[in-house]
Ligand binder design. Structure first.
Ligand code: GDG
Length: 470
């Protein structure tokens, strides 16, 4: 099978969330390139998506959206607290992101994680037709591959981790580290965003389970697990088409006018997450206003911070800190009617987001650690005008590919300030050269290509060559 063909066997996807959201008229597909890439593939292969509706205690019956069968997994309100907000987002999330915040390790949370993972495995085992392909997504479901294989050894099982896999020195803090590695080793193909994630996982498997590894293939008693690297991407065509629309262009001009027609619009767009380095970016902006290298009459910043995980304390603290900083900077540098930082704690519509990308002269993507960061890729895809500068953290997965960005270590505050000045002052010719490089890179691989590559590798997994021949 070539990389662009879609496997004919039914594919079953499992992810914490179903790819739908509730609307006034029922359910509609959730926004986002991942859902748009995977839904047609599921429809064409007669597949199913297994996941949670996002509503606690929702025991919804199976239903379908746009010709795709959806199989809800019920999660109780108590489990939302323990499995989702607790173990997944207050335990694993900080640990997997360089331990940027203290993780909670709580055995009640772990028990709920095991129970919900078992429920997903049971639902998959009951749904999957013989010999089908199952693709499991992300850190909330790391035990599912092993649990599923124990019930159904006829299936071909893949897993993709959207976030980083940490170095062994950090991962080994987790009281249930061996169980997680054993859970993931239940699959035939284990995919990471960056080579570093694959290497970190292999080392953990060797240290904790004395795994036998040859050329990225891990030997298990019953099967082999191939470890691979599959950097995710976006729906490039959709972003470009939206960016080219007449309404988007009008809205872009309107946004710039509303901002007071500044010389340079600096932009940040992130979920309000402490991994994204929003506060650091604001501090760098403030320091440059203070030093006079930026001028509030000429340089304006827009920061969109999308609400997320509001039940988790680290997120509440982060929001307070960001809003305090925005208030402090605006108090000091704004003029009547012309704030220097425009802060939106909101989720914008897709068209509005693309118009904002187009209005942004300098995009600041400065996470401390990020699996990939799709915002960086969306910004480049939206800049069909060939202009605009991306400042990108070396600690985002996207930095491996987007080497024409102004790459920066966000932990180094002087370097971050310098990167912003470099971007703001960059000559038009260099801006256009770099943007051409960024756009060429993202054209090479969109989200459909990513999914095709993963699935064709997974399809080939049972036919892996014997180790002696690799
Ligand atoms: C995880 C990993 C990895 C944001 N604000 C709005 C909005 N967004 C959209 C962006 C982008 C997506 O959300 C965010 O994607 P990221 O990749 O930046 O980050 P995470 O949510 O942390 O995602 C990450 C990703 O999984 C995929 O594997 O890249 O590293 O952490 O698409 O456009 N969309 C709309 N309004 C907003 O206000 N419509």
């Amino acid at each position: 099978m070539t990389a662009t063909e879609t496997p004919r066997q039914p594919i079953i996807i499992a992810a914490n969330r179903l790819p739908v959201m509730r609307t006034d008229d029922g359910w509609a597909p959730s926004p986002g390139g991942l859902v748009r890439a995977l839904l047609p593939m599921l429809r064409d292969s007669g597949g199913t998506w297994v996941g949670w509706t996002g509503e606690p205690d929702d025991a919804a019956e199976p239903f379908s959206v746009e010709g795709v069968d959806l199989q809800p997994v019920a999660i109780s309100a108590e489990e939302v607290g323990l499995y989702y907000e607790g173990f997944s987002n207050d335990g694993l999330w900080p640990l997997y992101h360089d331990a940027l915040r203290e993780s909670t390790y709580d055995s009640d949370q772990w028990d709920a994680y095991v129970a919900v993972n078992q429920r997903f495995a049971d639902a998959l085992a009951a749904t999957a037709e013989p010999n089908s392909i199952v693709w499991i997504h992300d850190y909330q479901l790391q035990l599912v591959p092993k649990m599923l294989r124990e019930q159904r050894d006829d299936l071909t099982i893949g897993f993709f981790l959207h976030i980083p896999f940490p170095p062994f020195e950090l991962f080994s803090r987790l009281p249930w580290r061996s169980e997680i590695v054993e859970g993931l080793l239940g699959c035939d193909l284990l995919g990471f965003q960056r080579p570093m994630g694959a290497t970190n996982f292999i080392r953990s498997a060797q240290e904790l389970l004395q795994a036998d590894v040859h050329d990225r293939i891990i030997e298990n008693p019953s099967h082999q697990t191939l470890v691979g690297v599959f950097p995710i991407s976006i729906d490039v065509a959709e972003v470009e088409e939206t960016a080219a629309g007449r309404l988007t262009r009008q809205r872009m001009s309107q946004i710039r006018a509303r901002l007071g027609d500044p010389e340079v619009v600096l932009l940040g767009v992130d979920r309000l997450d402490y991994t994204k380095g929003i506060g650091l970016r604001l501090e760098a902006f403030a320091a440059l206003l203070e030093s006079g290298e930026l001028d509030p009459e000429r340089h304006v910043m827009v920061q969109v911070a999308t609400p997320t995980r509001e039940g988790v304390e680290h997120y509440q603290d982060e929001r307070h800190e960001i809003e305090r900083l925005v208030g402090e900077i605006n108090g000091r540098y704004s003029r009547i009617g012309l704030p220097v930082v425009h802060y939106l704690y909101q989720t914008l519509g897709f068209e509005e987001l693309i118009a904002l990308y187009r209005a942004g002269d300098v995009m600041l993507v400065t996470p401390f650690r990020d699996g990939m960061n799709l915002v960086a890729k969306e910004y480049a895809a939206a800049h069909i005008d060939g202009d605009g500068v991306l400042v990108l953290s070396e600690f985002a997965g996207a930095a491996d590919e987007l080497t024409d960005a102004v790459l920066v270590n966000p932990h180094d505050d002087n370097a971050l300030q310098q990167a912003i000045v470099t971007a703001v002052e960059m000559h038009r010719r260099e801006r256009r050269e770099r943007m051409a490089g960024l756009r060429e890179q993202i054209q090479k691989s969109d989200v459909q290509g990513w999914a095709d590559r993963f699935l064709s590798q997974l399809n080939a997994a049972p036919e892996l060559p014997p180790i002696a021949n690799t």
